[in-house]
Write a protein that binds this ligand. Structure first.
Ligand code: SF4
Ligand code: SF4
Length: 428
């Protein structure tokens, strides 16, 4: 049931970054000596005949660790498998971390790297780890058929310009990607949504072109659904429940490049925002430790500085300098320890700032009390937990500096976990 409509009154108004004029090319980060790749699922389920230390691998080769799972990573350098270890991601998500030690010798892949003609089966089994992480699995779900693909030509966090750069500088890759994506998915309606006034430039892409406002958080899928497609997403539903799939411009351009060259694109574009809030675009091989990027850019880290993967409003802090670049890493933010926004355990003072700024009018002052107490089901049933789009504006304005967005994410993750535990229990 829809509980609130999307009509936000944003104060203070934050705006997305706009790339204008000639855009500087990204800084090329040298390939790493060791690439770390994450495969979903626990290492204990590994089948040694599929993946073992010392195996020779070639760039573009899929790495699977279990016949019981369709999860895989794609090697982004050629070399040998170094270590295979457990890895715990955000909110306890379980992965297997595979390191590939780069070598100059390039063993030949046993299969063609990118099979043609484009088809959903081959794309699913090899292209989901492309830069930009195309959500191809959504097109295989027959219970939720997709009829519209939306490609947003910007980024959904402030200061980030990764996808805007792709749209401005890789338009032929994007155009080829749109053609291939239509072949892969059988979806004819493709909408390219672009920020601000740039829409007349993109009329030749083979898609409808629509304009999106530059006020944050207009670029979130739920907001674009409303402003561009005229649909309001019911609370608790995902865009794909309504037959709409969002794909990043970089993912589409990567698909275009993969089918054009037959090779697997391995470089991810990332906006790096340094301690002075200056942005630089870099191109790094997926699996590169982020410390390599900081070294190349001359960014030094001191004790207490904070690294955020993702944008300033929606990203998550990480505590390892060797955290690897992932297929969906669009931004890295480095904050000086003296400039880190203070987070506290002060209580809510009921000022209402969060409620006034929330674009979906979630009653956050009430919600936060239930989240702090761990009453997640009540938060979902009575206080609109699922109307949140994750923009982080509430945390941004909260005078008590309550990490509201983190509470919301944890609650959703816990509810999801409880639901799948119940489903497993019922089916056993
Ligand atoms: S993050 Fe906060 S402000 Fe943004 S939609 Fe969710 S509850 Fe509202
Ligand atoms: S902004 Fe913070 S202190 Fe004010 S009502 Fe919201 S949660 Fe409470």
């Amino acid at each position: 049931m829809l509980k609130k409509s999307f009509v936000g009154i944003i104060k203070p108004r934050l705006e997305y970054e706009s790339l204008t004029g000639r855009v500087a090319d990204p800084i090329q980060i040298p390939p790493p000596s060791t690439a770390t790749l994450l495969v979903e699922g626990p290492v204990e389920k590994r089948d040694a005949s599929l993946l073992s230390e010392g195996d020779a691998v070639a760039a573009g080769q899929t790495l699977r660790h279990s016949e019981q799972s369709d999860a895989y990573a794609v090697a982004t350098v050629s070399g040998t498998v170094g270590t295979i270890t457990p890895y715990t991601g955000d909110f306890g998500r379980i992965y297997t971390a595979v390191t590939v030690l780069s070598s100059d010798e390039k063993p030949e892949p046993t299969d063609p790297v990118v099979s043609t003609p484009p088809s959903l089966d081959t794309a699913l089994s090899s292209l989901t780890c492309l830069p930009g992480a195309p959500p191809l699995k959504m097109f295989a779900d027959e219970t939720r058929p997709i009829h519209t693909i939306v490609i947003y030509g910007g980024d959904n966090d402030i200061l980030v310009t990764t996808n805007q750069y792709v749209v401005k500088s890789r338009t032929s890759s994007l155009e080829r990607g749109i053609t291939a994506l239509k072949q892969i998915t059988g979806v004819d309606r493709v909408v390219v949504a672009v920020p601000g006034e740039a829409m007349q430039t993109y009329g030749h892409l083979g898609a409808e072109v629509k304009k999106v406002d530059i006020a944050y958080p207009s670029a979130f899928p739920q907001m674009i659904m409303h402003s561009v497609l005229g649909q309001t997403l019911p609370a608790g539903k995902a865009c794909e429940d309504l037959g709409i799939c969002f794909v990043t411009a970089e993912a589409v351009a990567s698909i275009g490049d993969a089918y054009k060259t037959g090779q697997y694109p391995v470089r991810k574009l990332i906006t790096v925002i340094n301690k002075a809030e200056k942005q630089q675009l870099v191109s790094a091989v997926i699996g590169t430790p982020i410390s390599d990027i900081f070294r190349q850019l001359g960014i030094t880290l001191q004790d207490g500085d904070r690294i955020i993967v993702g944008g300033p409003m929606t990203g998550s802090a990480v505590y390892m300098e060797d955290y690897p670049v992932m297929p969906d890493t669009s931004a890295l933010v480095v904050q000086d320890k003296n400039a880190i926004p203070f987070v506290s355990d002060y209580p809510c003072v009921n000022c209402g700032e969060c409620v006034r700024i929330c674009p979906t009018f979630v009653p956050i002052n009430m919600l936060v009390r239930f989240l702090e107490a761990g009453f997640y089901e009540e938060a979902a049933d009575q206080y609109d937990l699922y109307s949140c789009i994750g923009c982080g504006l509430c945390s941004f304005v909260c005078p008590s500096k309550i990490p509201i967005l983190q509470f919301i994410r944890l609650a959703r993750y816990e509810l999801e976990r409880m639901k799948s535990a119940e489903a497993t229990h019922e089916s056993s």
